[in-house]
Design a protein around this ligand. Structure first.
Ligand code: ADP
Ligand code: MG
Length: 566
């Protein structure tokens, strides 16, 4: 080994390693899934790069992943024939965390094991999970296509630093050797490893091989003379190409974890195979938890793109609109060329067709979830509802579908929970009511206690209570739902449609006449401060309230603008 040096981990890595080892201990077996997942990614990357440069195969297109163990030495080895890493790659990938938002993610960890394991899972544990069970990790790797003398050896005990040196490595790809900690010897076992591969990595499309083993007690006289044979432990077919009826929920969930780098289960998914003009298979998942960077609009997002089953790229963000950025999944199309790049994708008309087809798939999946599992839908709405509210403005074409997915708090239940759909609202509309009434405020309580609601309460007319930051902006983008206009109850003349009887209208007129003098005087006194003063039946208990013009900016918006110094 030459050019050997010792380097320190980036501070964030040290912190993550520490926290991870403790909070994920009860899930320690996932290290194998993570390492196989990486081996599979590396193999698919090689296959993709080799489309343009066959020499990367170095005459050997075999891509199988191999797992070995040594009970006496207490080691487990995972080896792939993938793209491999250069010295720079190793330092970058195994010594730092490049994700944006890492610092804020780390500071959100609480020390509470259950909560932290959840968060760390969403962040993606990856390679470093090896240190949950290993006291030392050795990585031997060589980038495909470079000379055998340019191999790299990385070694670390997962504390403050690692060593890196140059070695000779005949085969391209990566071999990772875990020296198990005291007490973790159970993993140096054929039966255990096989069952973990089947449990977590069955869907990996590259074969995961192990040496065949004779079961103890099975007598075989020639055993000593046989050279051990390799066998595939997983089924090694891309999961999405298999028929739905063949697949169990567990398999779908494991596949989800592989592609999303998430740690918890998905909430629901939709698997579709479409033939004809536009040919594609898609498998789209709704996560259960929001990623730590949901509010960073620059955060990586998008689907894993395959063309004719060959992996092309991660985070292909052209296939879904921004308001569906939380969706994870795979799209495999026969309509795109194997030579696609991000630039080409931007111009390919098939991408637009796929995007609109996949967007519909997601919206239909959500509608179905809302229909058949109210609890899960409520969970979805609480996690991603605010993102969905960007939808009506971003995606006019699907506005009706999106509107049906929205959920609101309302005076019907009077609780802060957002569980009223517009369809619910419309079904409860009063005889003669034409509009959908809503109020927007800074908080649910302010909305609920708004004096503008008094007359609605009296008449038993439901009002939507909006208090999310995005609400006023969203409502300003909406006109109607199924022919019913939206009406902010704080704006303009109150029009209660035909819910008012002739009697009531008459009465109001009389009262107005009676107090003409008072109104005139008030208008004079407050001339500089308000537009006008009028008699109203809006109120039943409060003596007066402020109303803003139909086309004026709403109160929430004003406050946001004021806060921004406008
Ligand atoms: P992730 O897989 O989410 O990117 P990991 O922590 O699992 O994160 O891996 C970090 C990076 O290290 C990978 O993105 C990849 O670049 C590199 N890497 C890990 N394992 C391998 C491997 N077997 N072959 C090539 N590169 C690898
Ligand atoms: Mg990984």
């Amino acid at each position: 080994e030459t050019q050997k040096e010792t380097l320190g981990f980036q501070t964030e890595v040290k912190q993550l390693l520490n926290l991870m080892i403790h909070s994920l201990y009860s899930n320690k077996e996932i290290f194998l899934r993570e390492l196989i997942s990486n081996a599979s990614d590396a193999s698919e990357k090689l296959r993709f790069e080799a489309l343009h440069n066959d020499a990367l195969y170095e005459g050997d297109p075999e891509l199988a992943i191999r797992i070995e163990y040594d009970k006496d030495a207490k080691t487990v080895t995972i080896e792939d024939r993938g793209i491999g890493m250069s010295r720079e790659d190793v330092i970058e990938n195994l010594g730092t965390i490049a994700k944006s938002g890492t610092a804020s993610f780390l500071s959100s960890l609480t020390g509470d094991q259950a909560k932290d394991s959840q968060l760390i899972g969403q962040f993606g544990v990856g390679f470093y999970s090896a240190f949950i069970v290993a006291e030392r990790v050795d990585v031997y790797t060589r980038r495909a296509g470079v000379a055998p003398t340019e191999g790299v050896h990385w070694s670390s005990t997962g504390e403050g630093d690692f060593t890196i040196g140059t070695i000779e490595k005949a085969n391209r790809g990566t071999r990772i050797v875990l020296k198990l900690k005291e007490g973790e010897e159970e993993f140096a076992d054929g039966f255990r490893l096989r069952s973990l591969v089947r449990k977590y990595s069955d869907h990996i499309s590259i074969p995961v091989q192990m040496l065949k083993e004779e079961l103890p007690g099975e007598d075989d006289e020639d055993q000593a003379e046989k050279t051990p044979e390799l066998e595939s432990v997983n089924s090694a077919t891309a999961l999405w190409t298999r028929p739905k009826t063949d697949l169990t929920d567990e398999e779908y969930q494991e596949f989800y974890k592989h592609i999303s780098h998430d740690f918890s289960d998905a909430l629901t998914w939709s698997h579709n195979k479409v033939e004809g003009n536009l040919e594609y298979t898609s498998l789209l998942y709704v996560p259960e938890n929001a990623p730590y960077d949901l509010w960073n609009r620059e955060a990586p997002r998008g689907l894993k793109l395959y063309v004719q089953r060959v992996f092309i790229m991660d985070q292909a963000d052209q296939f879904l609109p921004l308001y569906l950025r939380f969706i994870k999944g795979v799209v495999d199309s026969n309509n795109l060329s194997l030579n696609v790049s991000r630039e080409i994708l931007q111009k390919d008309p098939n991408v637009d067709k796929l995007r609109s087809a996949l967007t519909k798939r997601v919206l239909d999946m959500l509608a179905k979830l809302a229909k058949k599992d109210a609890d899960k839908y409520a969970k979805f709405w609480n996690t991603f509802g605010q993102v969905m509210k960007e939808g009506p403005a971003e995606d006019m074409g699907n506005r009706d579908k999106i509107l049906k997915l929205l959920r609101f708090a309302s005076t019907h239940s009077g609780t802060a929970e957002q569980n009223v759909s517009l369809e619910d609202y419309v079904s409860r509309m009063k005889e003669g009511q034409k509009k959908i009434y809503y109020v927007v405020a800074d908080s649910f309580n302010t909305a609920k206690n708004s004096p503008h609601l008094e007359v609605f309460r009296k008449k038993g007319i439901e009002v939507l209570l909006l208090s999310d930051r995005i609400d006023e902006w969203m409502m300003s983008q909406l006109f109607d739902f199924e022919g019913h206009n939206f009406q902010d109850v704080t704006k303009g003349e109150l029009d209660l449609g035909d819910t008012e009887s002739e009697d009531e209208k008459k009465k109001l007129e009389e009262v107005a006449k009676e107090h003409e003098g008072l109104v005139e005087r008030l208008n004079k006194v407050l001339e500089d401060r308000v537009d006008s003063i009028r008699i109203t039946h809006r109120l039943t208990d409060s003596p007066a309230c402020l109303v803003i013009g139909d086309y004026d900016m709403g109160l929430q918006m004003r406050r946001i603008m004021e806060a921004a110094g406008q």
